[in-house]
Design a protein around this ligand. Structure first.
Ligand code: SF4
Ligand code: SF4
Length: 326
């Protein structure tokens, strides 16, 4: 019997999602047994030409990690879309823009000015900057174009399923791959993790008071002398985003005594994760005095964009439509 064909590709990402595939350990053999890997350039010697040779729709499912910042990434995403029956946005960057998406807080020009002219370790007296088209001795070279903004995968191509996480955890990856290969598919657009909030799978949830949480001071991690491993981190003043984040990771960060920063993204029906997180945190600040609220925020949340939109700035409703077409 012919095995279904699968492919993996990375765009703008750190490589952690590729590690997540390798983290499947012996389960990777299970996947390799049930499917034929026809494209995985980071691990095996596949070239773009190999992908181009495949018939349209020949790949059963392609898993694309990373956001889209360069023209080359957009071309590869579109090529994979054509060659694949299903596209899975793999990891936070493909799902929501991810950490690379925070670059959208600055313009392309500001980024180039910093990295090629004004950064503390730059030595560039000739003010050289990368050019999309470069000619030397009559030979021309094209470099990928650096777009004005970072986009999530579904802002570039149609995406069928989403695997959340920075990076997705092995159990989430394995369950998703096997479900897709079995043909037992959930409705298109499903985020392949728990539909419930992270707090519901956190063992510290039972320590929250019935009357709800009220916070007078948010502490940054290094300001907490000793973390109590038996009490909800939010109650200890650490800004844990578990209440507004999709579950499925097994509360891994909390087990490591780190607050959740929201990498599994929003719950179903929430269009803007950062706005939901901001609104939740605002609702638990224990004050009605604007000056005191300002003081609590200034001291405890010095980087609101990085805190609330760490993984999802390209999807912020504030910018809706602005970056959809590069
Ligand atoms: S807020 Fe964080 S620490 Fe508290 S129950 Fe939720 S996930 Fe656990
Ligand atoms: S606890 Fe939060 S940040 Fe950590 S892996 Fe889970 S969803 Fe991601």
């Amino acid at each position: 019997m012919t095995k279904p064909k699968i492919g993996f590709y990375w765009c703008a990402s750190c490589g952690g999602c590729e590690e997540a595939v390798v983290d499947l350990a012996e389960d990777l053999l299970l996947v390799a047994d049930r499917a034929e890997i026809v494209f995985w350039p980071v691990a095996l010697d596949f070239k773009r030409a190999d992908l181009e040779k495949l018939a349209d729709g020949e790949i059963t499912a392609a898993f694309i990690n990373g956001a889209v910042r360069l023209s080359e990434q957009e071309e590869m995403a579109k090529l994979l879309r054509r060659k694949s029956q299903l596209i899975v946005a793999f990891g936070s960057c493909a799902h929501l823009g991810g950490v690379p998406g925070l670059a959208n807080a600055n313009s392309r020009q500001e980024i180039f000015d910093y990295y090629y002219h004004h950064g503390p370790i730059v030595n560039n007296p000739e003010k050289t900057v990368p050019d999309h088209h470069y000619v030397e001795e009559k030979l021309g070279f094209d470099l990928p174009e650096f777009y004005d903004a970072v986009r999530a995968l579904d802002q570039v191509i149609k995406v069928d399923y989403y695997l959340p996480g920075c990076a997705p955890t092995p159990n989430v990856v394995k369950n998703a791959v096997l479900a897709l290969l079995s043909g037992n598919l959930p409705p298109k657009g499903t985020v392949l993790a728990s539909p419930k909030a992270l707090c519901e799978e956190c063992e510290l949830n039972k320590t929250k008071p019935d009357e709800g949480i009220r916070i007078k001071e948010f502490k940054r991690f290094h300001e907490v002398e000793k973390i109590d491993p038996h009490t909800c981190l939010l109650l200890q003043g650490l800004l844990c985003l578990g209440p507004v984040t999709r579950g499925g990771c097994g509360a891994l960060c909390i087990q490591g005594r780190m607050p959740c920063t929201g990498c599994f993204g929003p719950l179903d029906g929430v269009k803007d994760y950062g706005a939901a997180a901001l609104s939740f945190i605002a609702s638990i600040i224990d004050s009605n005095d604007p000056a005191e609220i300002q003081r609590i925020i200034d001291k405890g949340i010095p980087d609101p964009v990085g805190t609330f939109y760490m993984y999802s700035l390209p999807k912020a409703l504030l910018f809706k439509g602005k970056w959809e077409h590069g």
